[in-house]
Write a protein that binds this ligand. Structure first.
Ligand SMILES: [Zn+2]
Length: 333
């Protein structure tokens, strides 16, 4: 395949300053545009390459990301908390965002199912089509309108439900992924908090960001149980027996905040802290990759039981990207 050279520094700077303007000046009546930026930057890491080439995505791929992102957010927030009135957070300044309603309706029709079971459900495709239609008619159409004009600096839309990330864009998303994610998530939290219809639902609770974007504690506990059976009762890093343990993100959450079952390992709280937000050394990477390949069925099973998406190929791609970026910027423990 033809490899385009990486874009020059001016392109990187142009990307950052335009994205900054977009985040400051765009009209965020709903959280969709933020979900779209998050989805595009994730897909650039998972499907793109480290050269300046374009990347063709489909509306369906983007729609699937929307379902993943809003899946947990379509459940009531605040259940069982003092001083709150549990309810589904409103993600739009007018009526509830159509994507949230479609997922919430689907969830209430099919009952308590994990995202895995949901994907296999006969009604899933109809819900996904609805989400894709909204993504196509709203954020994909309007994202690049800001500051009073249109500036198609990220993508152009092709026929047949395809979206072409312009040359250099996937490269920039890969290069600045943690930064893009942090900005978009912070805006998302702000948007939810500033909507008055969410005030009574939010109450005094301070874990909104965790609710919106992290795997729930119940799911993590199930992952922990599964990993104990798979890896034995020992710390992934030092190999010593575990009395108490943390379910650690092998690729740190701050570096890549999308939870896949393959990314979790058990570690002593101390070993987890000393690794902190750095990547583990190469020796551990080799062991982690070996587990990824050899224990794929068991890891799929853990993901299914815990309701966490499991995807070995994508996990591998994310690790490759993470270690390569860390080598460029220095971030390996
Ligand atoms: Zn340890």
């Amino acid at each position: 395949m033809f490899k385009a050279p990486p874009p020059p520094a001016e392109v990187l700077l142009g990307f950052l300053s335009k994205l900054q303007r977009l985040l400051n000046e765009a009209d965020f009546t709903a959280t969709y545009k933020l979900a779209l930026i998050i989805s595009l930057s994730d897909l650039a890491v998972e499907l793109g390459s480290d050269d300046g080439s374009e990347l063709i995505l489909t509306t369906r791929q983007i729609g699937e990301r929307f379902v993943d992102l809003y899946w947990k957010q379509a459940l009531p927030y605040g259940a069982g908390r003092l001083g709150t009135a549990p309810g589904i957070l409103t993600q739009n300044n007018g009526a509830q965002a159509a994507v949230v309603s479609a997922i919430a309706n689907f969830r209430s029709t099919v009952g308590a199912v994990s995202i895995h079971q949901a994907r296999a459900h006969p009604a899933y495709n109809a819900m996904l089509s609805q989400v894709c239609q909204t993504v196509s008619a709203q954020p994909l159409k309007y994202l690049q309108n800001f500051g009073g004009s249109t500036d198609p600096f990220l993508y152009e839309r092709l026929g047949g439900g395809r979206v072409r990330l312009l040359p250099g864009v996937a490269y920039c998303f890969r290069r600045f992924h943690p930064f893009v994610q942090q900005l978009s998530r912070a805006r998302w939290v702000e948007h939810i908090k500033s909507n008055r219809r969410n005030t009574s639902i939010l109450g005094e609770a301070g874990d909104l960001e965790e609710f919106l974007f992290s795997t729930s504690r119940q799911s993590l506990a199930l992952v922990g149980e599964g990993l104990k059976k798979l890896d034995g009762n020992s710390c992934f890093y030092c190999g010593q027996a575990l009395a108490t343990f943390d379910v650690d993100h092998f690729i740190p959450f701050v570096l890549y905040p999308r939870d896949l079952a393959q990314n979790f390992v058990l570690a002593h709280p101390g070993c987890n802290r000393s690794k902190s937000d750095m990547l583990a050394g190469r020796f551990h990477l080799e062991r982690w990759l070996e587990r990824l390949l050899k224990r794929d069925d068991a890891l799929q099973d853990i993901g299914e039981r815990a309701g966490v998406v499991a995807d070995a190929h994508t996990s591998h791609r994310i690790a490759e990207w993470g270690y390569k970026s860390a080598e460029a910027s220095g971030g390996i423990a």
